[in-house]
Ligand binder design. Structure first.
Ligand code: NAG
Length: 433
């Protein structure tokens, strides 16, 4: 009975559903779908199929269907008012708002300490009216954090991917899992973290491996970084954008993608599907994301923000947040926790195969093959028998010593000591030091 009543109310509220210009690709429904219980059920079934929802029982399905209808009502009520932004039936359409909040925006993003590091773009005077780091090649594909509250790691990798592309010209997707598994001193893995601290970790620990070298697992695991020897992307340090000032944030974003913290747990956020978000949201920072540009649309200024909820959410995974609003905190608190990595040089070249070098305690001369050495008192190399002879008449000699590859730091001193006709020039030996 209650269900029938609810449907009746739902249908009544959809009764005036002559909404012009509702784009099915954004909303995920057609107002015609709201005409009867039958069409609603069909809509739910096709949504559930698309999203691979398997229900344990008919009761569970009924519960989800009912939440779905509540959400649809909310979404449609919003869309009827034809605001600047559209809501739609995305992957969160069968979650209650509390479920959504605790799973996707419930991460502990401790309010950041006051800025510790100077804002390096404070003196920038010329900023473009708009910029989009996506079209400039500095933004990787939209990723999906899934059920792990590791937004902070996605925000961190995004910012480093950006500055790395700007400095080196190469866009390399970086490993969130490495941060989640290894940066455990100041972060809480899938329960949250802070981008500033993660930048410090990367600066202090020799960089990050790429996404395919250390792929995302959606759960925290043991740190594997020491067993990887692939290329890394390094940064020098991090800086904080001086808070409560959208112009400061603009100066920073004009120069590189910037990690920002926002409140993303609001209901409109759950279903945001396109347009410039001008809706209500607070400033209780609960989500780490990445500002990748800004612009103006029909007189409304906006930030372009990359999220980590997959490409289905929002505008292919991005949201445009209203910019230059009255409150200093900015939309959803976007000016309150903005930070970015500083990169001053290229990435280290992958470690080359070590050149052969004599053992530290083998004082002697090296043979022409540069692989064997003999003691000073038996300096003649007989490479046919691998023996060192005192003179051409010496019939026995001693066994040659084979050089072992130098360790990382030892190349330079040993070379000085032993190489006679070394083929390694100064430049080469410097790069190993
Ligand atoms: C990622 O790292 C692997 C080694 O672990 C390497 O083979 C691959 O080339 C790297 N990819 C990029 C894009 O740098």
């Amino acid at each position: 009975m209650a269900a029938i009543l609810k449907t009746a109310i739902l249908l009544m509220s959809f009764g005036f559903a002559c909404v012009a210009g509702l784009d099915f690709s954004k909303t995920g429904y057609d107002p015609k779908d709201l005409e009867s219980e039958g069409t609603l059920k069909a809509l739910y079934d096709s949504w559930a199929t698309k999203h691979g929802r398997l229900h344990e029982s008919p009761g569970a399905k009924e519960t989800r269907y009912s939440i779905f209808k509540d959400n649809l009502e909310y979404i449609h009520e919003h869309n009827k008012k034809a605001r600047d932004y559209v809501l739609g039936l995305n992957q969160f359409a069968d979650l209650t708002h509390d479920e959504f909040k605790s799973q996707y925006a419930g991460t502990k993003l401790n309010r950041r300490r006051e800025e510790r590091r100077p804002f390096t773009y404070a003196d920038v005077t010329l900023v473009p009216d708009s910029i989009d780091w996506r079209s400039l090649g500095a933004v990787s594909e939209v990723k999906n954090q899934g059920s792990c509250g590791g937004c902070w790691a996605f925000s961190t990798t995004g910012a480093i991917e950006g500055i790395n592309q700007i400095v080196t010209g190469e866009l390399v997707s970086l490993s969130e899992q490495e941060l989640i598994d290894c940066d455990t001193e100041s972060e809480q893995g899938c329960n949250g973290g802070i981008m500033d601290d993660a930048f410090d970790y990367v600066a202090d620990n020799g960089g990050l491996h790429n996404e395919s070298a250390y792929p995302y697992q959606e759960v925290q695991g043991t740190c594997m970084r020491d067993s990887l020897d692939g290329p890394v992307v390094t940064i020098h340090s991090a800086a904080d954008v001086t808070r409560k000032n959208e112009l400061n944030l603009q100066k920073a974003v004009a120069n590189q993608p910037v990690s920002v913290a926002i409140e993303a747990g609001g209901k409109p956020f759950q279903f945001y599907s396109g347009g410039v978000f001008t809706g209500d949201c607070g400033t209780e920072l609960d989500h780490g994301v990445l500002a990748v540009g800004y612009g103006t649309d029909a007189g409304t200024d906006y930030w372009i923000v990359k999220n980590s909820w997959g490409p289905e959410w929002g505008e292919s995974g991005f949201i445009r947040l209203e910019r230059n609003i009255d409150a200093k905190e900015g939309k959803c608190g976007i000016t309150l926790g903005a930070s970015y990595p500083v990169k001053t040089g290229p990435n280290p070249s992958p470690r080359p195969p070590s050149p052969p070098a004599p053992r530290p305690d083998d004082s002697g001369v090296c043979c022409h093959d540069q692989q064997h050495c003999c003691p000073y008192d038996k300096p003649i190399c007989d490479l046919d028998t691998n023996r060192c002879l005192a003179s051409t008449r010496d019939r026995f000699g001693v066994a040659m010593l084979e050089q072992t590859p130098a360790t990382w730091r030892s190349v330079k001193p040993y070379q000085k000591q032993f190489s006679t006709d070394s083929t390694l020039d100064e430049k080469e030996s410097r790069s190993y030091a």
